[in-house]
Design a binder for this molecule. Structure first.
Ligand code: ZN
Length: 161
């Protein structure tokens, strides 16, 4: 986090928005997972058309309708999950098991809600923030976790209707 510390010094001197942006980028790089997560796949890529039962208890906690199968598939880089879209229109949510195993229940719910937002609701990313710093939307492009996700769960779910 030494880079972040340097940027804070610049921020105190300059007080410019640009430094704030740099700071947030560095902070995200220190722990959060970036979601570059709407991908397009060839029609001949392997697909499993049934949701892995592991995900059922989480999907049941989300007041969101989804028809998209959710499967485990190891992804490249620091991608926790994707909404994969094939040229023939078939969509599936692919969750990297390495991230899933590290996540607690709240982060797992957030990840699934986010990918359902892409795959079932065609929602784009939304990185706007509330006055208190919490994201305005579960479609924020990183997994932001608690306390924001749990504190504003009901509010975030209003985006899906
Ligand atoms: Zn996303």
């Amino acid at each position: 986090m030494t880079h972040a510390t340097e940027i804070v010094v610049l921020l105190l001197r300059g007080g410019h928005v640009l430094f704030l942006l740099l700071l947030s980028t560095l902070l995200l790089g220190c722990g959060s997972v970036s979601l570059r997560d709407m991908i397009y796949e060839d029609d001949d890529s392997t697909t499993i058309h049934t949701t892995n039962p592991v995900f059922h208890k989480y999907l049941d906690k989300l007041p969101i309708r989804t028809k998209t199968p959710v499967i485990f598939k190891t992804k490249k880089g620091n991608t926790a999950a994707v909404c994969a879209i094939r040229t023939d229109g078939y969509r599936e949510i692919q969750v990297d098991p390495r991230y899933w195993s590290k996540y607690g229940d709240s982060d797992r719910l957030e990840l699934l809600a986010h990918e359902i937002g892409h795959c079932d609701y065609d929602l784009p990313h939304n990185n706007n923030k509330m006055g208190n710093g919490c994201p305005l939307s579960v479609m924020h492009d990183t997994v932001f976790g608690d306390p924001c996700f749990s504190d504003y769960f009901d509010f975030y779910m209003t985006e899906f209707r």
